[in-house]
Write a protein of this length. Structure first.
Length: 432
């Protein structure tokens, strides 16, 4: 009975969150990152905890998909929590790789006293393979990372009053303060004092730009969990090796598939089984090659359906019955059922807000349908004869990129910045 009540309360709070009117006081969470949605991260999970830690019960975690082609560099709304009592909260945002593992996460502590827009900055130089916080010998209070430095959870670049909590970070004033990325297909923009890489217009056709690679443009088929840190080692084994060796050749423990693979390669990375939390090397000292474990996989590594490795190397369940979810390629909200592995709908009236991403190149319409909308594409508009498609309202609208001003200034700059036809000068030749 207690469990049913808890699930009911969670569902109620989730429904309140998703169906709230914009006029109600709410905490809106936006993610700002130069990491690429789709190839590098496939979903965003947002949790809100009362107080200064993450040990108390979360207020209905909300996960949304991250679709390739969407713009996160200037900030993307990922969750809204209305009707919160005033007080201190800790917001924990996680980006998940396409393979289900956590790519990067950050906690931010805020004092809420009404409507609040929190922008959470997740920078490439804060990947776990680059830095771990708190640093050895550093302040134990600097548990989070920003721009390659460990900072206090109260650090928020968009709020100048909190920059005292990130004293090591050198905030930029404009893009000239940022170092150019390695890849020619990327450039850095200064977003609220944080250097954030974005893809240069007219580059990487039908590919994605990895700013950490010299070549930059990368086929979209390469959507593994280790691309973002370009092979930097994790637990002694590079992501490139993990991705290469966790292929079909090793997932079946070296059993050939009718000649498709040639079996294990001696001295290379291996994993005893998909449900194992150990990793090692193929030992060919015996007649039959053996995967000899040498280390534990990182906590959070997938080890089965809705299962992950913990810090002790045990494969544990990661499923939470009753957790809020969104039906695939849909605008219907639901709750998760671990037994079936399905997101069960809460009904046709429980819908995501218009403009919310609901699939690859799709957004929720005001009527609740998940519809194709070519956000950012060229369209016919006004005297210039062209504009850009804006899908943020849930309806495809042709926006003139030459008309700047008013409340939608930032939205229009975001939509128009990467004009295929006019590059950095936008449509109609207006410099952005």
């Amino acid at each position: 009975m207690t469990k049913r009540i808890a699930v009911a309360v969670s569902v109620l709070l989730f429904c309140i969150s998703a169906c709230a009117k914009k006029s109600e006081p709410a905490l809106e969470v936006q993610v700002v990152t130069g990491l690429v949605p789709g190839p590098e991260f496939a979903s965003v999970l947002t949790e809100v905890f009362p107080g200064t830690g993450t040990t108390s019960g979360t207020i209905v975690p909300l996960r949304v998909p991250a679709v390739f082609g969407r713009e996160f560099a200037q900030g993307k709304s990922v969750a809204t929590f209305p009707l919160l009592p005033n007080g201190t909260y800790t917001v924990w945002v996680h980006l998940y790789r396409p393979n289900g593992q956590i790519l990067i996460e950050r906690r931010t502590q805020i004092v809420y006293s009404g409507s609040y827009v929190l922008r959470v900055y997740l920078t490439r130089d804060c990947l776990s393979s680059v830095i771990t916080c708190p640093e050895p010998g550093g302040s134990a209070e600097y548990t989070e990372c920003l721009s390659g430095h460990c900072v206090d959870p109260r650090c928020n670049p968009a709020d100048n009053a909190t920059r005292m909590y990130c004293p090591s970070v050198l905030f930029c004033i404009d893009a000239t303060d940022c170092t150019d990325p390695v890849a020619a297909c990327a450039s850095n923009e200064c977003v609220s004092g944080v250097c954030t890489p974005t893809q240069v217009a007219d580059t990487c056709a039908n590919q994605w730009c990895n700013p950490d690679l010299e070549g930059g443009c990368t086929p979209l088929e390469v959507m593994d969990g280790g691309m973002s840190d370009a092979g930097t080692s994790d637990a002694g084994t590079s992501d490139a090796e993990v991705d290469a060796e966790l292929s079909d050749a090793d997932s079946d423990a070296g059993v050939p598939d009718a000649g498709v693979d040639a079996g294990p390669v001696c001295g290379t990375f291996c994993r005893p089984s998909e449900m194992s939390c150990q990793a090692g090397m193929w030992d060919c000292g015996e007649a039959t090659p053996v995967c000899a474990p040498t280390t534990l996989l990182a906590p959070g590594t997938s080890c089965g359906v809705y299962r992950e490795c913990d810090a002790s190397g045990t494969c544990v369940t990661s499923c939470e019955d009753g957790a809020a979810c969104v039906l695939e390629d849909s605008c219907e909200m639901g709750v998760f059922d671990c037994a079936s592995g399905l997101c069960n709908s809460l009904g046709p009236d429980m819908l995501l807000a218009p403009g919310t991403e609901c699939g690859d190149g799709k957004v929720c319409t005001p009527a609740g349908a998940c519809s194709v909308c070519n956000h950012g594409y060229d369209c016919a508009f006004g005297d210039c004869g062209s504009g850009r498609v804006d899908c943020t309202s849930g309806v495809a609208t042709c926006v003139s990129c030459s008309e700047f001003g008013g409340a939608r200034l930032r939205e229009r700059r975001s939509v128009c910045r990467h004009s295929v036809s006019f590059g950095s000068h936008g449509l109609c030749g207006i410099k952005l």
